[in-house]
Design a binder for this molecule. Structure first.
Ligand code: ZN
Length: 215
């Protein structure tokens, strides 16, 4: 799983920098003003991001709703890119997962994937919060960072083909993560996979996939 920061979009960070309890003050800021405040207050911003991530991790590991099931082991690493913003890469080992080598049990494997991962954009009247989050945070727009090499093909394979349901693929190797195709409507071909509960908790771009083996 990957969690990116949304420092210019998280109002609590900017409210703290501006020493205000009024969200309207932050709402009135332009993008340039937000970016300037973030650039000029790296320590405050990083403390906010780290605390938010620790709360997310606590929710995943100890939350009563167990959004990923019972986690028996985890590994997380913070990475800093050139622009200075942090993002987190994590692996979570889930207790008693279905056996992904057992392709006779396709229904259970697909059910496990669909239970934890989706690219769905819910309708506004179904879940307005998630509708806004998916539209603003989970859309993959290709840039020079993902279109490298000959042919400029996206290294994350966007846009993905629509699919009426989640399907299992015959992977090229045991480490090939593309052993499944997510259910995806025509207007979701550029959506990054997410977990609804975690996207709502984190409030910034995330990516999630099932990994069968890390060896
Ligand atoms: Zn791309």
């Amino acid at each position: 799983m990957t969690f990116s920061a949304n420092d210019i979009g998280w109002p609590d960070v900017l409210m703290d920098i501006l020493k205000t309890k009024d969200p309207a003050v932050v709402d009135a800021l332009t993008s340039d003003e937000r970016e300037k405040l973030i650039r000029e207050n790296p320590v405050t911003v990083m403390r906010h991001i780290d605390r938010r991530f620790q709360a997310l991790l606590d929710y995943i590991l100890n939350g009563s709703s167990r959004p990923l099931g019972r986690v028996i082991h985890h590994f997380c690493r913070a990475e800093y890119q050139m622009r200075g913003s942090v993002h987190y890469h994590c692996l979570f080992w889930i207790d008693d997962p279905p056996n992904f080598e057992d392709l006779d049990n396709v229904e259970a494997l697909v059910s496990f994937i669909d239970h934890h991962i989706t690219v769905r954009i819910p309708a506004k009247d179904e879940d307005s919060h998630l509708h806004a989050l998916t539209n603003s945070l989970q859309h993959h727009a290709c840039t020079f960072t993902c279109q490298r090499g000959v042919g400029k093909v996206c290294r994350f394979h966007f846009p993905h083909a629509p699919s009426a349901s989640t399907l299992l693929n015959q992977p090229a190797s045991k480490k090939d993560s593309r052993f499944y195709v997510l259910q995806r409507a025509a207007d979701e071909v550029r959506m990054n996979p997410y977990n609804p509960s975690l996207l709502k908790m984190w409030g910034a771009n995330m990516d999630i996939q099932v990994v069968r083996s890390v060896t």
